[in-house]
Design a protein around this ligand. Structure first.
Ligand code: PMP
Length: 387
């Protein structure tokens, strides 16, 4: 059988593959990127399922609009206007099957084979995978402590047919890094001089356990701004509910057309249930609980790293989200360390899949949201013994 270049050039998810190995019950796994299941509001969702079914009956099970359930879009618009000073209406929002789908749709709508996509280096591997299906040329730009490197960004913007810049401004996956206020302003200045779409993918922004919320780079200001959000990290990932926000009507119409072709619409049962949940519960209080939990886990990992890691291993100190990124400054390959770590029943994700041009990198992603503080200390101790 002859397959398309599109699929042959797209890597299968490294993480999904290694999770098969790391999911064994005796492994201390820092490899996943899963929210902690104790953060799922199960009882409240059960109530919402019952209530939504009683109130709306067959509508929960019928085909529905591509753009998504209006009350949910209204809820999102109100919240982003209130919290982030945006000026959006439900018409500026399209509900997607997770924000993951938005990434694939955006590339489909904007990118011809060979067109440029600027992406953080390292960057979210699910975005690399979703974009690769459109056969782009990637222009990776180094992600530093305070955000993307400006000189590299300026150079990348000079490349031919660059269509979009993909950023995760808050608690980035995989590094946990957050763009500073200054860097946000500088990126805005630079991008506003180019005809390019700026994507801000923000599934973790609400999970801040330190510091102050910062304004978006382009959302609310830039004509070609796209902001992505998701209920995966704050309510449930399994319902697969995310959203695109853009005031660029033409772009949103094209995304809607692409979505029609892909899946007609996002699961409408999930849309009714999540809306009912949001409308009838104290969401902020719920998110506070997740933040407290993740702060405890992040603190436990950072303290263990401080105590056990040798001096040649550096690591990020996240202000929120789910990940810490470690760098082995002696050049040791993270893949080698991964094999040795599995022998000691501890897992993480070697940095390689987060680069569009990996070469035996010395970086690694550590997730802290799925282990107790005791397991975290033990796992970090075992890793340190390998370094
Ligand atoms: N963007 C980023 C940066 C992510 O980390 C993830 C999930 N790991 C997604 C998008 C996709 O999330 P979802 O499709 O569940 O909304």
């Amino acid at each position: 059988m002859q397959y398309s270049d599109r699929i042959l050039n797209t890597p299968s998810s490294f993480i999904r593959n290694i999770l098969k190995v790391t999911d064994a019950s005796d492994v201390i796994s820092f490899a996943g990127g899963l929210p902690n299941p104790i953060s799922f509001p199960l009882d409240a969702i059960q109530t919402s399922i019952d209530r939504a079914m009683k109130e709306h009956g067959a509508k929960l099970f019928q085909y529905s609009s591509t753009q998504g359930y209006l009350p949910l879009r209204q809820y999102i618009a109100d919240k982003y206007n209130r919290k982030h000073g945006l000026d959006i209406s439900p018409d500026d929002i399209l509900l997607t099957t997770g924000s993951q789908q938005a990434l694939e749709l955006l590339a489909k709508v904007l990118v011809n084979k060979g067109d440029g996509i600027i992406i953080e280096k390292p960057g979210y591997l699910g975005a690399i995978q979703a974009f690769t299906l459109s056969e782009p040329t990637f222009y990776p730009v180094t992600l530093e402590e305070d955000g993307i490197n400006l000189e590299e960004l300026e150079k990348a913007l000079q490349q031919p047919n660059v269509k979009m810049i993909y950023t995760v401004p808050n608690f980035q996956n995989p590094t946990g890094l957050t763009y500073s206020l200054e860097k946000r302003k500088q990126v805005y200045e630079l991008v506003s001089r180019h005809d390019v779409v700026l994507i801000e993918d923000d599934p973790y922004g609400e999970l801040r356990f330190e510091g102050e919320d910062l304004p978006y780079i382009g959302a609310g200001k830039l004509e070609n701004s796209v902001l992505l959000g998701s209920f995966s990290k704050t309510v449930t990932p399994g319902m697969r509910l995310g959203f695109v926000i853009t005031k660029n009507k033409e772009l949103l119409t094209h995304i809607e057309t692409a979505k029609q072709a892909t899946d007609l619409h996002t699961n409408i049962f999930a849309q009714y249930v999540i809306y009912d949940y949001l409308a009838n519960n104290d969401f902020d209080k719920h998110v506070e609980k997740i933040i407290d939990l993740y702060k405890t886990q992040s603190d436990a990992m950072l303290q263990a790293m401080e105590k056990y890691f040798p001096a040649h291993v550096s690591y990020t100190k996240p202000q929120g989200g789910m990940f810490i990124w470690a760098t082995l400054n002696n050049g040791q390959s993270a893949l080698d360390v991964f094999q040795k770590a599995m022998d000691k029943n501890v897992a993480f994700v070697p940095g390689d899949p987060f680069y569009t041009d990996p070469k035996g990198v010395s970086t690694m992603r550590l997730n802290y949201t799925n282990s107790t503080p005791e397991m975290i200390e033990e796992g970090i101790k075992r890793l340190a013994s390998i370094f």
